[in-house]
Design a protein around this ligand. Structure first.
Ligand SMILES: C[S@@+](CC[C@H](N)C(=O)[O-])C[C@H]1O[C@@H](n2cnc3c(N)ncnc32)[C@H](O)[C@@H]1O
Length: 399
């Protein structure tokens, strides 16, 4: 087994993000083989896995396919798994975690299938080396992932371990924070590249402005993290990894430190606790110098008049009765704010409640579907034109 061996690489993501993820992968120079609801496939080797872990903003895990086989029962699962050269991938002094997803009538218990795979791996390593690795649920070491569907089974090396979307900068989450990969996907969907002002009222723990600042300064997100599952395999090339990191750092500095300052990024929230946590999180991410934070009602957010830019908001979309009435008023106020103060800007509202979205009372130019965990959401886009187009487009939705 070699680092240069080419295989299928499955890059997983949250439901609804695979088109955006595919765009990111293509921008890194890869040909995309296929796009699924929760993932994208390419062909590549271990070096590609390392690069994808380092660069991708909207992915969950980077999975390197080891084997794909017919599997009708747990014995076949054991035999096929044990036939892989695990001693060439995992040292006996390592720790292995096996995770699996089972969609087969053959067995019901995912734990049992995982156990079979784990036994096959450690038995093989014991037989070949005289010692066996420890195993358990901890994902900070070598990770093997299986997907058994019907009579087919896929065994992957999970090269990420922890999701790459867990960027580690959000030490203090505030109310209902967005997952970093979802916030990055929202920002990428707006077309933001740092050249135009970005306003984030209701910033909460700051995920949207922080992801925007990382994008604007070309900061490679994987630089914030020091441990990946591939580092715990014999397929890890540390020199190559250090070189990839150095190149990524240079790319970031070119825009980040050597004089590049993006157009203003403004983040506000009515809750001083949230603003404090957002500032701390931005500091951890190394982008606090690129964001102007302040405490205020969203309608008081400083918006430069007669300018152009992007406004992104993620108001609460409460599920409890009673909350809804209050939120209806809040959404109606957002509509007034857009109409009265934001001419020339493009506004985006991320919400999981389409009925509340209607209370904004302005005509959307796009409604982009997303998922926040299992909740179907929409990113509502509003163009606030100045002059005659403004009058035409900011018309009341049901007129
Ligand atoms: C769903 S949370 C935003 C979460 C954020 N996207 C994140 O990733 O952390 C909504 C935020 O809106 C803020 N908020 C509620 N009413 C507000 C108002 N009238 N003006 C400004 N912020 C408000 C809350 O304090 C909360 O932080």
């Amino acid at each position: 087994m070699n680092r240069e061996d080419k295989s299928t690489i499955l890059i997983t993501c949250a439901k609804g993000l695979s088109e955006i993820l595919s765009g990111e992968i293509a921008a890194l120079g890869y040909a995309v083989d296929s796009i699924h609801e929760t993932g994208v496939e390419i062909t590549g080797d271990m070096y590609d896995c390392m690069k994808l872990n380092l660069h991708l903003r909207t992915a969950f895990n980077i999975l390197y396919l080891l084997k794909h086989f017919e599997c009708r029962n747990p014995d076949q699962l054991y035999k096929q798994t044990a036939a892989l050269p695990w001693e060439e991938m995992i040292l006996p002094e390592e720790y292995v975690c096996v995770i699996g997803r089972i969609e087969t009538p053959t067995i019901e218990n995912t734990m049992f299938a995982n156990l079979k795979i784990k036994d096959a791996i450690v038995d093989r390593i014991l037989q070949k080396t005289g010692a066996r690795p420890n195993s358990g649920k901890e994902r900070g070491n070598a990770v093997v992932q299986a997907y058994w569907k019907g009579e087919k089974c896929w065994i992957y090396l999970n090269t990420s371990g922890q999701k790459v979307s867990d960027r580690n900068y959000r030490k203090i989450p505030c109310k209902a924070p967005l997952r970093e990969s979802l916030a990055a996907a929202i920002i990428l969907t707006t077309g933001y590249d740092g050249s135009q002002p970005l306003i984030c009222p209701m910033c909460g723990s700051g995920t949207l402005p922080i992801e925007a600042a990382l994008i604007a300064s070309r900061r490679v997100p994987g630089l914030m993290r020091s441990n990946y599952a591939f580092m715990h395999t014999l397929l890890y090339d540390e020199d190559a990894w250090q070189q990839m990191r150095a190149e990524a750092l240079k790319q970031s500095k070119k825009r980040g430190k050597a004089g590049f300052i993006p157009a203003p990024i403004i983040a506000t929230d009515i809750d001083p606790e949230c603003v404090r946590s957002a500032q701390r999180n931005a500091m951890t991410a190394g982008v606090d110098h690129l964001i102007d934070f302040s405490v205020c009602d969203f309608a008081e957010t400083p918006i430069e008049p007669d300018a152009e830019g992007i406004i992104v908001m993620n108001p609460e979309y409460g599920m409890r009765l009673g909350e809804i009435e209050e939120l209806e008023l809040l959404y109606a106020r957002i509509g007034d704010f857009f109409k009265q103060k934001c001419a020339g800007y493009t506004g985006y509202i991320f919400t999981g409640n389409p009925q509340l979205g209607k209370k904004i009372g302005l005509r959307t130019s796009r409604k982009i579907p997303f998922f926040n965990a299992s909740i179907e959401c929409r990113l509502l886009k509003y163009e606030m034109y100045r002059g005659t187009r403004k009058k035409k487009n900011a018309a009341i939705e049901n007129e």
